[in-house]
Design a protein around this ligand. Structure first.
Ligand code: 4AD
Ligand code: MG
Length: 463
């Protein structure tokens, strides 16, 4: 008796095997002929396995006929060819052991077709639904592709800290980390005395592992981080989370063009693997979530990403004749509506915007010779907008210090970052890919809260 998954038992090669399966009942249906069909799912794949349970089973009347959605079972039996359409196999049960009942009256997933909004309120149960199973498997595959891609190219995986003292993006959207008692804060001249805090200084949850990744790149060459990042922005949109995962490669001796080339092949690899290795789930997204998804992804795979300077993009937007909610002029931060116009309507392919105004971007981006723009790049994709943000880094000590002051940062607090420019400085570049935005892009799902296991957004952190 071999313990196998539903995914394996659904393959024709399993026919004739004696197997044991463990999972959750999706539905039970009783046939007039005195036996029952149980649809079993164990998370290994989108499809269910049909179990045929005969009346001769000793617990048929007492247990099998009471099974319903959500009950957990172990089934032993033989895999045989299924006479039914749409499935190669089924299992003729020799025994059905019930581990846990799920009361049909109160089990929230008894009924099908719940809204995504409702499912968010039962984040502890939604992994048992088709959509969230598919998302979980896709997320797993994407994570794997990310490691495969970088490992095959000799990148070193580095773990950057989650607790930090610096604000990488300089945007001030930081969660504080403290063990001080808010009801009894130590004060010094009316200000909180953070020297009494755990780290003897103010500390935060990281918004990006970039600065630390730069440390490793400027010594070990090509590295990447892949971990959680945190942003205390009060933005209640379908594209923002307060806790999300980011992948940040950082490469010594890469300029901005090298950075773009890497970003493009990286995204294409992730798409190709998703299509190749998550075929059944991708088909599900196509049928149930977004009818365009497969053509859109195939289109991106076949396209060459368009590289467009910010200044030209602004000209295009100004001449577009579109009615934008936020009017466009040189110097503004592009909004999602502008980004999506460019990538969806105007060009119909991913667009890499680069050379943004220096006032819009963080201190670490390399200043161009025009003095007005920096070597920033944002990768915009159809369906989502910005999915990657990156840049060539400022490797010149004096200009970097000047940029910090310009943005109100104290260079003294970044002495270690400046040391990288003081000793053996190198041109280098990197970018950050948002994992959840990638999942939106791949699945066609509309809200970022539905592609992360436990969404953290303003006012919500229950599970
Ligand atoms: O453009 P961002 O802010 O860039 C950085 O953090 C750089 N330090 C990266 C680097 O160069 N190493 O963020 C990068 C990506 C965005 O393009 C987006 O995909 C995602 O991270 N992202 C978010 N995803 C979900 N919720 C949020 N609040 C996000 N903020 C950024
Ligand atoms: Mg960005």
């Amino acid at each position: 008796m071999e313990l196998i998954t539903v995914a394996s038992a659904r393959q024709a090669e399993a026919i004739g095997k004696q197997v044991r399966l463990q999972g959750w009942v999706r539905t039970r249906r009783d046939s007039k002929g005195g036996f029952s069909f149980i649809e079993l799912n164990d998370g290994s794949c989108q499809g269910n396995l049909q179990i045929v349970a005969e009346a001769a089973l000793p617990n048929y009347e007492t247990e099998v006929k009471k099974l319903g959605a959500g009950c957990s079972v172990t089934v032993e039996g033989e895999v045989r060819q299924s006479p039914a359409k749409g499935q190669a196999t089924e299992v003729a049960a020799k025994s059905v052991t019930v581990h846990g009942w799920a009361d049909a009256e109160s089990y929230p997933l008894q009924k099908k077709g719940h809204s995504y909004e409702f499912l968010r309120t039962i984040a502890h149960l939604r992994p048992r639904t088709n959509t969230f199973g598919a998302i979980a498997r896709l997320r797993n595959q994407v994570s794997r592709s990310i490691h495969d891609f970088f490992q095959e190219q000799g990148f070193l995986y580095v773990h950057t800290p989650i607790i930090t003292a610096s604000d990488c993006e300089g945007a001030g959207h930081l969660f504080k980390v403290s063990t001080l008692n808010p009801a009894q804060l130590p004060l010094q001249n009316g200000q909180v005395d953070f020297t009494k805090d755990f780290f003897h200084r103010p500390t935060f949850l990281t918004v990006s592992g970039q600065l630390e990744a730069e440390i490793f790149a400027c010594g070990l060459g090509k590295v990447y981080t892949f971990g959680p990042t945190f942003r205390a922005e009060n933005s209640n949109t379908s594209r923002h989370l307060a806790e999300f995962w980011m992948i940040e490669p950082e490469m010594a001796y890469f300029d901005l063009q090298d950075n773009m080339t890497l970003a493009e092949s990286f995204l294409k690899r992730i798409i190709r693997d998703a299509l190749d290795k998550c075929g059944e789930d991708m088909k599900f997204f196509q049928e149930r979530v977004d009818k365009e998804i497969l053509t859109r992804l195939q289109g991106v795979l076949n396209s060459q990403f368009l590289r467009l300077p910010y200044t030209e993009a602004v000209e295009i937007l100004e001449k577009s004749g579109e009615k934008f909610e936020f009017p466009v002029r040189w110097g503004i931060d592009l909004q999602s509506e502008h980004e999506r116009y460019l990538t969806e309507k105007k060009f119909g392919c991913p667009v890499i915007l680069f050379d943004y105004p220096r006032t819009l971007k963080p201190f670490y981006m390399r200043v161009n010779d025009d003095g007005k723009t920096v070597r920033a790049m944002d990768v915009l994709v159809p369906g989502v907008g910005e999915i990657i943000g990156g840049s060539q880094r400022e490797e010149r000590l004096d200009i970097l210090e000047q940029r910090m002051k310009e943005q109100g940062l104290d260079p003294a607090g970044y002495w270690w970052y400046l040391d990288l420019r003081r000793y053996g400085t190198v041109p280098h570049s990197g970018f950050g890919l948002g994992l959840e935005r990638t999942l939106l892009f791949l699945s066609g799902m509309g809200n970022i809260r539905d592609v992360v296991p436990f969404p953290r957004v303003p006012g919500s952190a229950e599970f």
